[in-house]
Every structure is written in structure tokens, then in C-alpha cells.
Design a protein around this ligand. Structure first.
Ligand code: HEC
Ligand SMILES: [Cu+2]
Length: 362
């Protein structure tokens, strides 16, 4: 029997684990609460594999325990050698065939699903006007942020992926610098983003994200890529198809928008002076800019992908981005100061007001 104290310790350990583990299973981030067809099928495969493994462990343990109990010396007496079964054909066949069957039950659905999820043929289908019928997003992972280009719509955004519900969304995945990995735990994945080749897959979002905590699904980089890897988060806004079309139209409407160096607005003028070289404020300017496209910054959920979205954090980020994401590429080469040098408090305030005002949804 356990002593009183030990029992109490075990109890508190279990209690702590219960509190800790109850954090899992949130529908904006958990693989165990999938949204969309791909996530659901992957979850089913997970359950199948876990089921088979549990079955094997249970059966083997039961046989072991039975043998253990049945052949105890106190039960069968001294010097008794049970009947020897080595070389038994029947047994050899049974324990070869059962694992083969189990592996087949596991392998057939897994291999089928693997090919199915990699089937991106529909990406190239066109309607009678020659327009692509499927929605494609080109994802570029960069140290330590995400660029999302919609080639058929001619728009670009960053950090926050916007998708319509109820249809397959196809992804071309690549990395600009080192290997990263694209993962939206509640919806499916993950898939590596490489420098030399495109990886392709599709996902389906069956639920609008507005009712989730923060109104978004959480996405992550799932491949250790540098000192700020753990902060390389992104968010996913799943909209109804109508709302998605409206969003696309508002992004397109920012075509040609340019901050003006001679603007009377100190924020805009400073942005044109110090930031425009890396950040676009037009949703149609092509990909390949050095920093995230800020056209929809005011609509975002986070600053720099992970900080709470408010003006204080934005100002602190502009003042010293390296303090938040070590090694990020808004810093100078040795990572000691922002590449644009010191700005006055007045400039930083004006920049923050200007950038918070960049919005296509308000
Ligand atoms: C050398 C190019 C470069 C310059 C110049 C630059 N940035 Fe950046 N900026 C970046 C990069 C790269 C990131 C992404 C950092 C990360 O998340 O790892 C970034 C991120 C940001 C973000 C967070 C974006 C988001 O989507 O959450 C803001 C805001 C920002 N920069 C504002 C500014 C402002 C304001 C200036 C001018 C004072 C400026 N940047 C100048 C490269 C640059
Ligand atoms: Cu990464």
C-alpha cells in the first residue's frame, strides 16, 4: 500500500496534469479538434493508428500476465517444465499473419490518404474564359514571417492568411532563406517549405473563424529555423465566400497606393523615408519584398505575428524589433539596431498611427 503522503503526491500530480492538459483541445489550434475535411481525415488516421497500437499493447500485456500467473512456481510446483512450443507451425503462422493484417489495415488508408492530399491537379483547371477555377495561395516562409500571394487575384498579404470556407484551397509552399514548415494544426498539415523546390497540397476550411478565440485559426512554423523560430506564428482568417470576395476586392482597390515623402502627415512621410524600401502598403504590389506587406496591418490580430495587436506594442516594435525577435531582418547586419537607425518619439508615434490606419476591412 502507498503511504498517505505518497498517495497525496500522486493525487496532486494528476490534478496539476488535468489543469495543464485541459488547455489542449481548443478548436482554434488543436489537431484533436479538426476543422475541415483534410484535418478530419488526418485525425481519423491518427485514431486508427492509436487504436491498433492500443489493441496490440493490451493483448500482449494480457497474454504476458496470464503466462506469468499460470506458470508461477507456487502454483505448478518445483521442477515442472511446461509444454515446449518452439517451432510450432500454427503459432509461427498466427504471429506472422496477425501483424501483416494489422499493417495492411494501417497502410492502405494511410497511403491512399497521402496520395489524395497531394492531388493538386485541380490547381491547373480553367473555366471557359481561361481563368483558374481553384483558389491557389503561394506561401513564402521567410525569417521569421510569412508571405501569402494570391496569383490569380493578383494580391499579396503577410502574416495573416485569408481564405474562403467550403472549398479546397491549394498551396504552393516555398522558403526564401532556410527550411521552414507550414502548419495550421486545427486544419491540417504540416508541410515543409524548402528553398529549392515547391511543395504542394490543399486544405479545406469548413468553419468561419470569427467565432473562435481571437477570431482566427493559429498557424505555426514547425521546423527549427533560427533564434526566433518559436515566434514565427501566423493566423488564418476563414471567411464566408462572399466576405472573401469583398476582401479580395478591397485589397485590389489599394492598387498603386504609395506613401508620399512630402505628405503633411509625419507618419506617412517618415514611412516613405525609412520603411517603404522593405514594406509595401498596396495589396497588389508583387511578392519578394524584404518585409511583410502592411496594406492590411490595421486588420491584423498580432504585431509581428505574435505580439498583441495594439499601438504600444507597435511602437515598441518599431523602436527596437530585435528585442522581440532576435535575428529578425529589420535589424542591421550585426543585429544591434534597427536598420533605419534612431527615430524620435514623435516620429514613432506618427508611424504607429499611420500603420494602424492601414486597413481594408474598416
Ligand atoms: C531592411 C528592410 C526593412 C526596413 C527598412 C523596415 N522593415 Fe519592418 N520589417 C522587416 C522585416 C524583415 C520584418 C519581419 C520581421 C519578422 O517578423 O521576423 C518587418 C516587420 C515589421 C512589422 C511587423 C509586420 C507585421 O505584419 O506584423 C512592422 C509593423 C514594421 N516592420 C514596421 C516598419 C517600420 C515602421 C519601418 C520604418 C521605420 C520598417 N518596418 C522598416 C524589414 C524592414
Ligand atoms: Cu521558420
Amino acid at each position: 500500500m502507498m503511504k498517505g503522503l505518497k498517495k497525496w503526491r500522486l493525487f496532486s500530480l494528476l490534478a496539476v496534469m488535468m489543469v495543464f492538459l485541459s488547455g489542449c483541445g481548443e478548436d482554434y489550434i488543436s489537431t484533436l479538434k479538426p476543422s475541415g475535411q483534410v484535418g478530419k481525415e488526418q485525425f481519423n488516421l491518427l485514431m486508427l493508428a492509436t487504436g491498433i497500437m492500443t489493441l496490440v499493447v493490451v493483448i500482449v500485456s494480457v497474454i504476458y500476465l496470464l503466462a506469468f500467473l499460470k506458470f508461477r512456481r507456487s502454483k505448478v510446483g518445483e521442477n515442472v517444465i511446461p509444454k515446449q512450443v518452439e517451432g510450432s507451425h500454427t503459432l509461427e503462422i498466427i504471429w506472422t499473419v496477425i501483424p501483416i493484417i494489422l499493417l495492411l489495415i494501417l497502410a492502405v488508408p494511410v497511403v491512399t490518404a497521402t496520395y489524395k492530399f497531394a492531388d493538386v491537379a485541380a490547381m491547373d483547371e480553367v473555366d471557359e474564359n481561361g481563368d483558374k477555377t481553384a483558389l491557389t495561395v503561394n506561401v513564402t516562409a521567410k525569417l521569421y514571417w510569412w508571405e501569402f500571394e494570391y496569383p490569380n487575384q493578383g494580391i499579396v498579404t503577410a502574416q495573416e492568411l485569408v481564405v474562403p470556407t467550403g472549398q479546397k484551397v491549394y498551396f504552393n509552399l516555398k522558403a526564401a532563406d532556410v527550411k521552414h514548415s507550414f502548419w495550421i494544426p486545427a486544419v491540417g498539415g504540416k508541410m515543409d517549405t524548402n528553398v529549392d523546390n515547391l511543395n504542394k497540397f490543399y486544405l479545406e476550411f469548413d468553419k468561419e473563424s470569427k467565432d473562435l478565440k481571437d477570431g482566427v485559426f493559429y498557424g505555426k512554423c514547425a521546423e527549427l529555423c533560427g533564434p526566433s523560430h518559436a515566434l514565427m506564428d501566423f493566423k488564418v482568417k476563414a471567411l464566408s465566400p462572399d466576405a472573401f470576395d469583398t476582401w479580395v476586392a478591397s485589397m485590389k482597390a489599394t492598387d498603386g497606393k504609395m506613401p508620399d515623402k512630402t505628405s503633411a502627415d509625419l507618419g506617412e512621410a517618415t514611412f516613405a523615408q525609412s520603411c517603404m524600401g522593405c514594406h509595401a502598403v498596396s495589396g497588389t504590389s508583387g511578392p519578394g519584398s524584404k518585409g511583410p506587406n502592411l496594406t492590411a496591418f490595421g486588420d491584423r490580430n498580432r504585431v509581428a505575428g505574435f505580439l498583441e495587436h495594439n499601438e504600444e506594442n507597435l511602437k515598441a516594435w518599431i523602436k527596437d524589433p530585435g528585442q522581440f525577435k532576435p535575428g529578425n531582418l529589420m535589424m542591421n547586419a550585426d543585429g544591434t539596431a534597427p536598420i533605419y537607425g534612431d527615430l524620435t518619439d514623435e516620429q514613432i508615434q506618427a508611424l504607429a498611427t499611420y500603420i494602424m490606419g492601414l486597413s481594408v476591412e474598416k
